[in-house]
Design a binder for this molecule. Structure first.
Ligand code: FAD
Ligand code: EPU
Length: 340
């Protein structure tokens, strides 16, 4: 039986450093403990918060319910052929440690996703992405426990309905499954993805045939360290907003006014704007608002150096949304999930 801890302080379990309490907290190390915890929550009628590394949540207030901390561990090589290996990884494994493990074993494909905080089990929730690669590009399937029945289910890539920072687990099946393991399909021969502008710029001085997945990982780690605050030093939740996708006509009219506007093509009808650029050029970069702030090196990152309640972070986010809306007519949607 896992240990249920009442009135549990979550400050060190969320990267924004928000000091709130969980009514009850339990850490689960295997599927049996997970099912017991789910049964307990069902019996006591407690709302649930499934917790990984706490790097994509905003805890606005104390959580009246059960926090289940996913601590399932293990990696298994389940199949291979001449080209690929299939690696099954438990949900509680640390994401960046998995990237390093794969680099060590020459299983290629995760290198562009280096240094993203959090757990393997949370990665499919928003289809994590960085530097030209998304989780879906290396994903085979996942297993999950159905919260209502306690039974295991497998989801293929198609069933996950991955999109930009999106999956079925944020939409139609929100709060219905706990992911227990993810199976990755990784390459035996390196296949470098070097299309992302900041990565290409950093690689320009190098001879292209001397670039390896390890070089790519090292460069991405260096770029990330130069821009993004380390949550252990300065509490934050990464990008606070998604990059907004807008119609091409709206983009063209904005570009007349702001020729430097940063944008990426999506399809013939839509363009994705760099939210960081919009926020920065609305004058927010480096602004301090009491205990919370807009990061000086990356305007898309809100920080919480004062370790204030989540409501202070949300209040700053709302001011930024209002200002970006008034200046550009663009709506910003938060990326992390707010609780309760
Ligand atoms: P948590 O914050 O614990 O949970 C996030 C959500 O997933 C919650 O709703 C939670 O209930 C749910 N969840 C967690 N685990 C499970 C599970 N096993 N089953 C079901 N639901 C679950 N993201 C990117 O995509 N790209 C980046 O480049 C990136 N950079 C970041 C940089 C920094 C400095 C920070 C702080 C964050 C960054 N993020 C980035 C966001 C974050 O790292 C990812 O979203 C990550 O996948 C969150 O993992 P986690 O374990 O911390 O999830
Ligand atoms: N920019 C500014 N001002 C700033 C910061 C950036 O003008 O303060 C400009 C940059 O010059 C660049 C553009 O905005 O032209 C984009 O910046 P960057 O390359 O830093 O990427 P981003 O769009 O801000 C996204 C992801 C990150 C991911 C990086 C790299 C989202 C919401 N964010 O950020 O993911 O690491 O690309 O791929 O898609 C996260 O999700 O938490 C996250 C950190």
């Amino acid at each position: 039986m896992p240990l249920f801890l009442p009135n549990f302080d979550l400050q060190h379990y969320n990267t924004l450093g928000v000091p709130v309490k969980a009514q009850v907290y339990v850490s689960v190390a295997d599927e049996t403990e997970l099912v017991e915890a789910l049964r307990y929550a069902g019996h006591e009628k407690l709302p649930l918060l499934i917790l990984g590394g706490g790097s994509n949540i905003v805890l606005c207030d104390d959580f009246s319910g059960l926090v289940i901390h996913i601590r399932l561990h293990g990696k298994t090589l389940i199949a291979e052929n001449n080209e690929f290996i299939w690696l099954r990884v438990a949900a509680g494994e640390n994401w960046h440690e998995l990237v390093e493990y794969c680099l060590d074993f020459h299983y290629w494909g995760l290198e562009n996703l280096s240094l993203i905080p959090g757990s393997v089990g949370a990665a499919p929730i928003q289809n994590i992405g960085a530097y030209g690669v998304e989780l879906k590009d290396v994903f085979e399937e996942l297993t999950a426990i159905d919260i209502r029945s306690g039974l295991p289910v497998t989801f293929t890539k198609e069933a996950c309905e991955f999109g930009y920072r999106d999956s079925i687990f944020k939409g139609r099946l929100r709060d219905q499954y706990v992911i227990t393991a993810v199976t990755f399909k990784l390459r035996k021969q390196a296949h470098l993805v070097l299309s992302y502008p900041a990565l290409r710029d950093a690689l320009t001085p190098q001879l292209s045939d001397s670039v390896t997945p390890k070089t790519v990982s090292d460069i991405i780690c260096a770029i990330r360290r130069s821009k993004l605050p380390d949550p252990a030093q300065v509490p934050n939740a990464g990008s606070f907003f998604k990059n907004p996708v807008i119609p091409v006509a709206h983009y063209e009219s904005l570009r007349l006014q702001y020729p430097q506007l940063v944008a990426y093509p999506v399809d013939e009808q839509q363009v994705k704007l760099a939210a960081a650029w919009l926020i920065d050029h609305a004058g927010w970069r480096g602004q301090v608002c009491g205990p919370v702030a807009v990061h000086g090196q990356q305007a898309l990152v809100l920080t919480n150096p004062g370790r204030a309640k989540g409501s202070a972070v949300v209040a700053l986010a709302e001011k930024i949304q209002q200002s970006v809306w008034e200046k550009y007519g663009v709506a910003l949607e938060p990326e992390p999930r707010f609780y309760p």
